[in-house]
Write a protein that binds this ligand. Structure first.
Ligand code: NDP
Ligand code: GDR
Length: 358
């Protein structure tokens, strides 16, 4: 298939990378938006340039920012995409409590800027729009499992911004007939996950502890439960949502929830350490059952002002209408992340490992 042109905002992030790989493999020309940064920020996607040089370049990056409407209009005008995947966001829930206004601007108004660009450029019928919506919309638990019909109750500036983005996407679909869709994606992880999200923070610490570069892992709420899948499976789901003839909103989830504590136990089991727990709440500690060494400590600074206790998704609609289902099991995901971090931490052994990261 030729002449399919995708524009991905957030192309340098975890999901942007898997999605760009998928679309290039399907024959798309892929344009991504990257932010100017004082240090290199394209390490996840650099291999896409290298590979493509041999076959003719089909991957391009443009400087841009979700807070800059004129820049977004210009990029969309130049690129003339047939599909836009809006993945760019300040995506860290805890950081959104520190930077609420910026998060609202980038995550809430950012999608509006793209939708308006589509209108300004008269592209309502020529481009499809995907919005990276999130299970964080469900927030304070209203029902379990959560599906497309479960009421939203956002619990952070991040989730409140994403709530606006969700509804403005629905509104532009209904008002202007744009093929605009929401993927309500539950947590998805991978070896490319940002290092301050809890799963990657744990798997990096497991690797660093195994290699003698770190002594202890400091975490917040160990009881939070999440429905964790693999980002590669979810990138495929995003594409399937956009291909569906009828623009609609879909949950993507595994239908299985695990606590942070369970993630820790499974990750440490890959380096032959069995974790036992003592104390409770903010005084809890995890120690090596064989040596008695304390490996995990709760640090109150990682608790959020308002927490989301349990996310568990019901992806039946995506299964029935799109034929999507997750492929990677929870144990395989954890194993892949630990193994990848053992390699990457070993390679960067001289680099300081941050014991404290959100
Ligand atoms: P990442 O944090 O890994 O990637 C976010 C991307 O957005 C990065 O490329 C980042 O650039 C870019 N970005 C951030 N702010 C701006 C801005 N103002 N202008 C332009 N680009 C910006 O997130 P994920 O890949 O994990 O997630 C992708 C999207 O999906 C996000 O919108 C997230 O909120 C949403 N989501 C994620 C879920 C998950 O479990 N991963 C679940 C549900 C939704 P840089 O690399 O320079 O920081
Ligand atoms: P989340 O992911 O907030 O669900 O948002 P994160 O991995 O940050 O937190 C998951 C749960 O773990 C608890 N937790 C900790 N979290 C972090 N980051 N660091 C810690 O030390 C720690 N200790 C315990 C948290 O309190 C939380 O309950 C992710 C992001 O990708 C969003 O962009 C996306 O929308 C949602 O997933 C779905």
């Amino acid at each position: 298939m030729t002449n399919r042109v995708a524009l991905i905002t957030g192309a340098t992030g975890q999901d942007g990378t898997y999605l760009a790989e998928l679309l290039l493999a399907k024959g798309y020309i892929v344009h991504g938006v990257k932010r100017r940064s004082s240090s290199f920020n394209t390490s996840r996607v650099d291999h896409l340039f290298t590979d493509e040089h041999q076959k003719g370049v089909r991957f391009f990056l443009h400087y841009g920012d979700m807070t800059d409407a004129t820049n977004l209009i210009r990029i969309i005008q130049q690129v003339q995409p047939t599909e836009i995947y809006n993945l760019a966001a300040q995506s860290h829930v805890q950081v959104s409590f520190e930077t609420p206004e910026y998060t609202g601007n980038a995550d809430g108004l950012g999608p509006l800027r793209i939708l308006e660009a589509i209108r300004i450029l008269g592209m309502e019928k020529s481009v499809r729009f995907y919005q990276a919506s999130t299970s964080e919309l469900y927030g304070k638990v209203q029902a379990v499992p959560q599906s497309e019909t479960t009421p939203f109750y956002p619990r952070s500036p991040y989730a409140a911004a994403k709530l606006y983005a969700y509804w403005i996407t629905v509104n532009y679909r209904e008002a202007y007939g744009i093929h605009a869709t929401n993927g309500i994606l539950f947590n998805h992880e991978s070896p490319l996950r940002g290092e301050t999200f809890v799963t990657r923070k744990i798997t990096r610490a497991v690797a660093a502890i195994e290699l003698g570069l770190q002594q202890r892992l400091y975490l917040g709420n160990l009881d939070a439960q999440r429905d964790w899948g693999h980002a590669r499976d979810y990138a495929e789901g995003m594409w399937m949502i956009v291909q569906h003839p009828q623009a609609d909103d879909f949950v993507l989830a595994t239908g299985e929830a695990h606590s942070v504590r369970e993630f820790v136990e499974l990750a440490f089991s890959h380096i032959g350490r069995r974790i036992e727990w003592s104390g409770s709440g903010r005084d809890e500690r995890g120690f090596d059952a064989r040596t008695g060494e304390v490996l995990i400590e709760v640090d109150p600074r990682y608790f959020r002002p308002t927490e989301v206790d349990l996310l568990l998704g019901d992806a039946r609609k995506a299964r029935q209408r799109l034929g999507w289902r997750h492929k990677t099991s929870f144990p395989s995901l954890v194993r892949e992340m630990v193994e990848a971090d053992l390699v990457s931490v070993r390679q960067g052994a001289g680099r300081r490992v941050h014991e404290h990261a959100s």
